[in-house]
Design a protein around this ligand. Structure first.
Ligand code: 5GP
Ligand code: ZN
Length: 135
């Protein structure tokens, strides 16, 4: 299903033009308009899924295979020194467009970008409690 008021549905299905790096029946890969670094791209499914929770399992598998293919090609062609995959779900996690997308971010030595977190320092007991909460 496509969502009428979703910009990524329109881009993924070619109704709004984009700098497309790759396309198949399930996905379009486009350059991000506000790139973190040179070559920052987004993998968009052609169907509308708001986030990872909504993405069907088979597409979740395909998206990681495609990420590997794109990261390999982009690293070869752009000569980047590293690569981040980023995928935000929910406003709290930094998602701003509510159509699933996986960021492909080439990294260059000295690019001054920061993708990360401040590490915590939980005790073994705290880690055990968290583990028991999850499984
Ligand atoms: P999020 O914060 O939801 O994980 O990422 C949304 C990304 O989409 C941002 O990196 C932003 O620059 C990009 N973006 C937002 N609108 C457009 C658009 O219309 N075209 C393209 N190519 N990228 C967009
Ligand atoms: Zn959409």
């Amino acid at each position: 299903m496509k969502k009428d008021d979703c910009i990524f549905c329109k881009i993924a299905n070619g109704e709004i033009p984009s700098k497309t790096l790759y396309e198949d029946e399930d996905f379009r890969v486009i350059l991000d308009l506000g790139p973190a670094t040179k070559g920052h791209a987004l993998i968009l499914p052609k169907e509308h899924y708001a986030n990872l929770y909504e993405l069907p399992e088979d597409l979740a598998g395909k998206v990681m295979k495609l990420a590997k293919k794109m990261a390999t090609q982009m690293t070869e062609k752009l000569g980047c020194d590293g690569f981040n995959l980023v995928q935000n779900n929910g406003e709290t996690a930094g998602q701003t467009v509510f159509h699933f997308h996986l960021h492909l971010i080439p990294r260059y030595e000295g690019d001054q970008q920061k993708i990360g977190w401040k590490p915590g320092s939980p005790t073994q007991e705290e880690l055990e409690d968290i583990k028991n909460q999850i499984v």
